[in-house]
Design a protein around this ligand. Sequence first.
Ligand code: SF4
Length: 262
Amino acid sequence: MAGVTDTKAAREETGKAFAVLAAEISQCRRCPRLVEYRERMAREKRRAYRDWDYWGRPVPGFGDPDARLLIIGLAPAAHGANRTGRMFTGDRSGDFLYRALYETGFASQPESRSREDGLRLTGAYIGAAARCAPPDNRPSRDEMAACRGYLEREIALLKNLTVVVALGRIAFDTYLSVLRDRRGEAIRPAPHFAHAAVFDAGPEWPLLIASYHPSQQNTSTGRLTLAMLTGVFETARAALTGRGGNTSAGTAATAGERRRDV
Ligand code: SF4
């Protein structure tokens, strides 16, 4: 009985720590360019959303505090998460991502429209390389460096983390830099970004899976299809059930397309 109580108490502690972190993130003003942009987008709004009360602040991570799967995106979209206040919520990238998460059992529903839409993630948590919407979807190197600590803290709080899916090259590189600091050395040979590539940094580190970002540019051109993205989360699911899959250190090895690019 004590074990059950301890587990419950530990979960509550973790939940509280995530809530504290989320509150801190949502008040951050460290990057002047991004603060100006996110707030201006929230004031000016897109015509289709003129009745919305935009979030207009940094967007905290979203998901299950007990997650074994961490998904890392790039940054909120100006009229997506910067409007709704939840990761990948309210834009076409989110439509794509949550459909794939629903198909693979990580999300309770295939759509993500607002913070109050009832969506729940089970076993998965979504973070990002930067928490504020950037102009042209491109945070600067300095802005990402300023923001990286929030991702590091989320990773530290995810005690059962087993698999990381990086959406796009920037998220991939950001995670590798976090991993390098945690391990005290870089992975050798250096992993190269490729869609559906899997990297095993060793038994005590999460498996890393690369994916093209579900940006409109990638999905509308067919560079990333729903089947390809679902395949990435099927690989993640297989890895979670026994660290399965065909993987080797620093080597791209899994099903799906393997073109190198964004
Ligand atoms: S990008 Fe990150 S560090 Fe910069 S203002 Fe937003 S939350 Fe703060």
